[in-house]
Design a protein around this ligand. Structure first.
Ligand code: AMP
Length: 225
């Protein structure tokens, strides 16, 4: 069976990160989250982190060259041999073209799953959102663990934080950037016949069920070809 790229696509706070982890665990695929990789670089004050910090804090996109290089390097690792999940990449037409170039050399089957959620719902989600600065797991207001010792990640035990860009003001800019720079990718992928949409405004498990159904159908179709 060929190598499968599952691209989870959608606006900020649509649930890409949460669903990416669930799909990755189920399919035994690694999850490549450019946002998580960049946040780690900022935290560790690497050269990449220093270059990316200002863009991220203002809600802008980090330049294509920087994220393209991250993804290219990551895709070369052994754990991506069967398939992988991309969370938050590509976000511009240029990034999509870069990825297509990389895939063309290696023959990768691409499935783009768009998670749709109304802007007003996204804005209301952001206020209650907390994230694990260590493993990147995201908690919604409703999914926050109730822990006497403060809010800790239920996976790695690290104290949860509110992301610097999860404020109402920066969220507004992130949504603007999404509509202007990222949303045009939907038509790009539709014209290639690799785009499927799911309603992201329902229970996490239900969204996951829809996504898994799409991934399995694609896998099955590919295996009979
Ligand atoms: P995320 O965690 O996916 O919401 O990403 C957080 C921030 O990281 C974004 O607002 C951007 O500043 C930056 N970022 C993540 N992925 C990309 C990407 N593919 N292209 C450009 N910037 C990105």
């Amino acid at each position: 069976m060929g190598r499968l790229a599952v691209i989870l696509f959608g606006p900020p706070a649509a649930g890409k990160g949460t669903q990416a982890r669930m799909v990755g665990a189920e399919m035994k695929f690694p999850v490549i989250s450019t946002g998580d990789i960049l946040r780690e670089a900022v935290r560790d004050q690497t050269k990449l982190g220093t270059q990316a910090k200002g863009y991220m804090e203002s809600g802008a996109l980090v330049p294509d060259e920087l994220v393209d290089a991250i993804v290219k390097e990551r895709l070369q690792r052994k754990d991506c041999a069967e398939g992988f999940v991309l969370d938050g990449y590509p976000r511009t037409i240029r990034q999509a073209e870069f990825l297509e170039g990389a895939f063309r050399e290696e023959g990768v089957e691409t499935l783009v799953i768009g998670i749709t959620v109304d802007d007003r719902v996204l804005v209301s989600r952001i206020a209650g959102r907390r994230s694990c600065p260590n493993c990147g797991k995201v908690f919604s207001a409703a999914s926050l663990p109730s822990d006497r010792d403060g809010l800790k990640c239920d996976e790695c035990g690290t104290a949860l934080v509110q992301r610097k860009d999860d404020t109402a003001e920066v969220m507004e800019e992130r949504l603007r950037v999404y509509h202007r720079q990222t949303q045009p990718l939907i038509d790009h992928y539709k014209s290639r016949g690799s785009y499927v949409e799911v309603d992201g405004d329902s229970r996490v498990e239900d969204v996951f069920g829809s996504i898994l159904g799409i991934v399995r159908k694609q896998r099955k179709a590919a295996s009979v070809l």
